[in-house]
Design a protein around this ligand. Structure first.
Ligand code: FES
Ligand code: FES
Length: 160
């Protein structure tokens, strides 16, 4: 059995201390130790984006990151994003555009959309498409997902 290590980091704005196995992924820690099941396990290999979180403001695939590497970092999950004004806007827009089908990919798309909009607050459709290309939707609802993010990037255009 792998050694347990104490780590401390900020999770969705709150200091979190926990003990994790040295070989545990950040995704396992979030879901199985801390009970934050909004972050999804898709492929486990960095291919689908279902497990996307942000670490120090940058998106990462939590299935590929060791939990111990969260030590001292600022981590945000979909639970944290959902409580922000941008998270609420993204959520409403995805629902309004019918972009939540089975919903499995939605948290990862929202986390990645936040990153795209942080870099380009009024991102073009192409920038959104490019920014989200690492996230897979098994229901293949890509057009609706991109429409939804575009509506958040260009709120007045979509209200016309
Ligand atoms: S579960 Fe991490 S990228 Fe697919
Ligand atoms: S809505 Fe089902 S995987 Fe995207």
């Amino acid at each position: 059995m792998s050694a347990m290590l104490e780590i401390e980091f900020r999770l969705n704005g709150v200091v979190q201390r926990t003990a994790v196995a040295a070989d545990m992924s950040a995704l396992e820690m979030l879901r199985d130790v801390l009970g934050l099941t909004g972050t999804k396990y898709g492929c486990g290999e960095g291919e689908c984006g279902a497990c996307t979180i942000t670490v120090d403001g940058r998106t990462v695939n939590s299935c590929l990151m060791f939990a111990v590497d969260c030590n001292g970092r600022e981590v945000q999950t979909i639970e944290g994003l959902s409580a922000t004004p941008l998270g609420e806007r993204l959520n409403h827009s995805l629902v309004a555009h019918g972009a939540v089908q089975c919903g499995f990919c939605t948290p990862g798309f929202m986390m990645q959309a936040q990153q795209v909009l942080a870099e380009h607050p009024h991102a073009s459709r192409e920038e959104i498409q490019r920014g989200l290309e690492g996230n897979l939707c098994r229901c293949t609802g890509y057009r609706k997902i991109i429409d939804a993010v575009e509506a958040v990037a260009h709120p007045t255009a979509s209200a016309e």
